[in-house]
Ligand binder design. Structure first.
Ligand code: TYC
Length: 124
């Protein structure tokens, strides 16, 4: 069975480079351009802590150290930012890791009897 050489078709999504026709000259030569398919980077998610009136500041600092790997000074700064602004970003992760962080923080808060709220949201 005869096989036809495959020529890349036009780009199907904006993640591809713009489609171009094969270049040709008048001498019967056809140049096929090699095109690189680019993969979009994965959507990232920021994990956000919300302020409330009851969770102790010290507990929030410990959460930031334990689950978000912040040193004590950075954790304290983030906690104070949340306290003043109402919310603050603790870290940016892939979807699964962000969901796990939310679960870990929520479980720890519940276990310790604090109403601390933690959510994740897509970046941008
Ligand atoms: N506002 C709390 C207090 O005054 C402290 C706090 C900070 C609570 C950050 C939650 O995400 C939070 N004890």
């Amino acid at each position: 069975m005869a096989t036809t050489p495959k020529v890349p078709g036009p780009a199907k999504s904006p993640s591809h480079q713009p489609a171009q026709k094969p270049n040709s000259d008048d001498g019967g030569t056809v140049l096929l351009e090699r095109r690189t398919l680019r993969t979009e980077p994965p959507q990232m998610y920021q994990v956000v802590l919300l302020n409330d009136d009851y969770t102790p500041m010290e507990f929030v600092v410990l959460v930031l150290q334990e689950f978000f790997n912040k040193d004590r000074e950075t954790a304290t700064q983030i906690m104070l930012k949340i306290h003043l602004d109402g919310k603050g970003v603790c870290g940016v992760y892939s979807k699964d890791i962000a969901a796990t962080k939310v679960d870990q923080v929520t479980e720890s808060a519940l276990k310790n009897g604090h109403p601390l709220q933690c959510v994740s949201e897509p970046v941008e």
